[in-house]
Design a protein around this ligand. Structure first.
Ligand SMILES: [Mg+2]
Length: 153
């Protein structure tokens, strides 16, 4: 159990995790999502080796990694901020912007995986569980084609 975690919520989280994995197994195999989730371990290991070789592990803590993540999200936003919305997808598909966006997305992912590690969160499982919660919150029957109303929450 994680330090400071409520036993009830921890049990609930474990139950959700098992249910999530069971429910998603067929879909995951079909779409290769499990392969993508397991790749997070490869990213985590490569990033850890990169930091250890430079003796940078000492600078890793949740606040510092979060700020680095926010900085990288800012770098990504800077690339996209003045693109016309109706042409953004098309423009991102062309070089050199495509490579620059890929680089910043990679920075965001590496820091996100690092932050999850700092917070002792299994990011792949947490993401699948969150998608499941969102699916329950926004049923297809009432949500299809309707933008989520954030003001109603
Ligand atoms: Mg960057």
């Amino acid at each position: 159990m994680r330090v400071g975690a409520c036993p009830g919520s921890e049990a609930c989280r474990a139950a959700i995790t098992v249910a999530t994995l069971s429910a998603w197994w067929g879909v995951c195999r079909l779409h290769g999502i499990l392969a993508a989730v397991s790749d997070l371990e490869a990213i985590r290991s490569a990033a850890r080796a990169f930091r250890e070789a430079r003796d940078w592990e000492q600078f890793q803590d949740p606040k510092s990694v979060l700020l680095a993540l926010v900085g990288e999200v800012g770098e990504l936003a800077e690339l996209l901020q003045w693109l016309p919305a109706d042409r953004a997808k098309e423009l991102i598909g062309h070089e050199p912007l495509h490579t620059r966006v890929a680089d910043e997305l990679a920075d965001v992912l590496v820091y996100l995986v690092g932050l999850a590690e700092q917070c002792e969160v299994d990011l792949g499982i947490a993401a699948l569980a969150k998608i499941e919660k969102s699916a329950a919150k926004h049923p297809v029957g009432t949500s299809r084609g309707v933008a989520p109303d954030r003001t109603a929450e």
